[in-house]
Each structure stands twice: as structure tokens, then as C-alpha cells.
Design a protein around this ligand. Structure first.
Ligand code: BG6
Length: 368
């Protein structure tokens, strides 16, 4: 079943390109996103004034990536909330709220209860799910399936990139219904999305260096992850994977928050992963993150940068640079997360741990 791989997680990381490609299949017509499965929801989607994403764990981080894109493209406010926090604070809901749940298994009790609460309080519900016929999609008004294929390893990998893909499809569909994006921009984004699987393949083909680093770091006690914009949830996901698989204390931060607290943690020898935005980005986020790297280095910490190929500005300051192919800002997370998945897997392997079945965790948590 593992198809020659030493564990399911390795197989599933290798399937990240297909997870994206299969989730796109049949959903793009003549260069435009068309989601027939949401047809019944189309009028609702024209009318909503807010999207609330509910999910847990890795799925919530995919939701955070999706928030940036859906808001940008469809010009609808999007919030992301951990499903278990949602229904205990009397959230403001109306028939113009769309609650989007994200769940690989479709059985996570926390997420299911949030969906039920939303439906009972008049909101419309859309499920993004990887498991056909699971409970959450059955309880929702509509479903957009991810087609990552069965995920066996407890910690989620390929489902994450498939969830981002589904959210981007949803964002483009919503933008089309609401005429918030011009057609040229829509087509360019679809092209970028379609190019992602081949780019992930390139990342996988050049993953030796990250594996070496992971093996050298088997004794590491603490790792920090920084990212900005869509790189921020990637930092959170990198940290979560390391906790789950390698039992190492790890924290993800928004890079802009560094100076507001986390910089106090920076000391000689501390390892800090930094997800670097593209230098081609117009919003000067690249320069800001490079300056964060300098601040970290000045305090003696070791920086592993995940940066775009040809990004010369990071080279003098980072101890290691893991290169990813050129991509638009929204597509970098789907590439940058791959080395982080590999790093966590290989560090756990170096420590002799079971990467498919980490201690204390279950694949789907069906209790609240
Ligand atoms: C956790 C799993 O319990 O649930 C994580 O260990 C997962 O890997 C999270 O991200 C959410 O699961 P699901 O099935 O709702 O996506």
C-alpha cells in the first residue's frame, strides 16, 4: 500500500502535486473557474456579506491562506476561526453569512458542531472535504471536495495543498459571480494555479538539502518559523508539523510581530526558518522580511530561508537558503510548505520516531 515508500507520509508528500492537480480537474473551463457543484448556492454567494471559515489544525492554516486570497479576489470580508472556539462565543451570523468548513476527514467533531451551530443560526454552509459522503459534507448546504486521495498518516500533508487549491477555486468562483475581478486577472490566476503541480514536483526533486539539514538537527530542542502575508500560515503549519512529528517545541510567528515580542526568544544557536516573500512582490514585504533576517542573524541565531530562486538579497544573511520556483504571491505557500513537511518528517525519522502514528494523536478526532 505504501507503494515502495518507507511510510505513508513519504508517499503522501510525494502526492502533493497530484493532490493539487486532481482537485483542479474538471473545475476549469476555457481558462475560467466553473464550479457546477455550487450551482444551488450561486444566488447565496452573490448575496453574502461575510465568509467565516471554521476548521482545526492544518485545515485551519489552509483556511488562513485562503482568507487572504478570497478577500483579495472576491472583496468579501473573510474570517478564520478555530471550530472549537466558534460556537461558544455567540458568533454574529445571518442568512448573509457563509460558513465554510474545512476538514480532510469530514468527521472532526469540533468542526461538525461548528457547522451545525452555523446552520441552526441561519447561516449557509459550505464544506471543503476530502472524504466522499462524510458527516460534515452531509450536514452542509453544499460541498466542494478536495481530491487528494486517502490520507493515512495522522499528520496532514497533501490534504493541506488540496485545501488551499479548493479555497482558491472557491475564491475565483465567488469573484466571478460578484464580478469583482477582471477576466484577464482571473485567467492569469487560473494559469498560475494550474502550474503549481509541476512546480511542487521541482521542489520535491531538490529536497536533498532540507533532508540533510533535518538529519543534522536531530538534537534540536526548539525551532521558530516566521512568515508574512500568506507565508504566515505556512510558518504556523511548519511549526505544527514539527511538534506533531518530531515532538520539538516549535512556534510560528507573523514576521511583522517579531519586534513586538518573539525577538526576545532569539539567542545564539536558535534555529529560525523564514518564509521569504518574492522580491518581485510590489508591496515591499520582501525587504521587510530580509530586514527581519538581519535582526535575527545579528543576535547569533541561525536562519534557514525558504526563498524564491534567484533571490540574491537573502544570500548574504541566511545560513541556508532553500530555493523554490518563481510563483505569484498566492502560490508561494503551496511551494514553501513542501520543504517544511519534508523537514519535519526527516527530523522525526532521524530521531527514530514513527512519522505515520505520532504519540497521542488520532487521524480524526470524533470527540469534542
Ligand atoms: C487533527 C489531525 O486531529 O485534526 C490533524 O491530527 C488535522 O492532522 C486536524 O489537521 C483536522 O482534521 P480534519 O480531518 O478535520 O482535517
Amino acid at each position: 500500500e505504501k507503494g515502495g515508500w518507507p511510510n505513508f507520509m513519504s508517499k503522501e508528500i510525494s502526492e502533493e502535486p497530484e493532490a493539487v492537480a486532481n482537485t483542479l480537474l474538471g473545475r476549469v473551463t476555457d481558462g475560467l473557474v466553473q464550479l457546477d457543484e455550487l450551482a444551488e448556492l450561486d444566488q447565496t454567494l452573490r448575496d453574502i456579506d461575510r465568509v467565516t471559515i471554521v476548521a482545526c489544525g492544518t485545515a485551519a492554516y489552509a483556511g488562513m491562506v485562503g482568507k487572504y486570497a478570497v478577500e483579495q479576489w472576491a472583496r468579501v470580508p473573510v474570517e478564520v476561526e478555530l471550530a472549537h472556539e466558534f460556537r461558544y462565543r455567540e458568533p454574529v451570523l445571518s442568512e448573509r453569512t457563509l460558513v465554510v468548513s474545512i476538514s480532510q476527514s469530514g468527521e472532526t467533531m469540533d468542526t461538525l458542531m461548528a457547522v451545525k451551530y452555523a446552520a441552526e443560526h441561519g447561516a449557509k454552509t459550505l464544506s471543503i472535504c476530502n472524504t466522499q459522503g462524510a458527516t460534515i459534507p452531509r450536514e452542509s448546504d453544499a460541498v466542494l471536495y478536495t481530491h487528494a486521495g486517502p490520507e493515512v498518516a495522522v499528520a496532514s500533508t497533501k490534504a493541506f495543498v488540496a485545501q488551499i487549491t479548493a479555497l482558491y477555486l472557491f475564491g475565483l468562483h465567488l469573484a466571478r459571480l460578484r464580478a469583482s475581478l477582471d477576466e484577464r486577472a482571473h485567467r492569469d490566476l487560473v494559469t498560475e494555479l494550474t502550474d503549481v503541480p509541476a512546480k511542487i514536483d521541482l521542489v520535491l526533486d531538490t529536497s536533498e538539502r532540507i533532508s540533510e539539514l533535518a538529519h543534522w538537527m536531530a538534537d534540536t530542542r526548539s525551532v521558530l518559523f516566521l512568515g508574512r502575508h500568506v507565508g504566515y500560515p505556512v510558518a504556523l503549519e511548519g511549526a505544527l508539523k514539527l511538534k506533531e512529528l518530531a515532538y520539538i517545541h516549535a512556534e510560528g510567528f507573523a514576521a511583522g510581530e517579531l519586534k513586538h515580542g518573539p525577538i526576545a526568544l532569539i539567542e545564539p544557536g536558535q534555529i529560525v526558518f523564514v518564509v521569504v516573500p518574492s522580491p518581485r512582490d510590489e508591496r515591499s514585504l520582501h525587504a521587510k522580511v530580509v530586514s527581519n533576517i538581519q535582526e535575527i542573524r545579528a543576535r547569533g541565531a541561525r536562519v534557514i530561508a525558504i526563498a524564491e530562486q534567484g533571490d540574491a538579497a537573502v544570500l548574504p544573511f541566511a545560513d541556508e537558503v532553500i530555493q523554490i520556483p518563481l510563483a505569484g504571491p498566492f502560490f508561494e505557500p503551496m511551494l514553501a510548505v513542501v520543504p517544511l513537511h519534508i523537514f519535519a518528517r526527516d527530523l522525526a525519522t532521524a530521531k527514530g520516531l514513527d512519522v505515520d502514528q505520532p504519540r497521542n494523536l488520532a487521524k480524526s478526532v470524533t470527540v469534542e
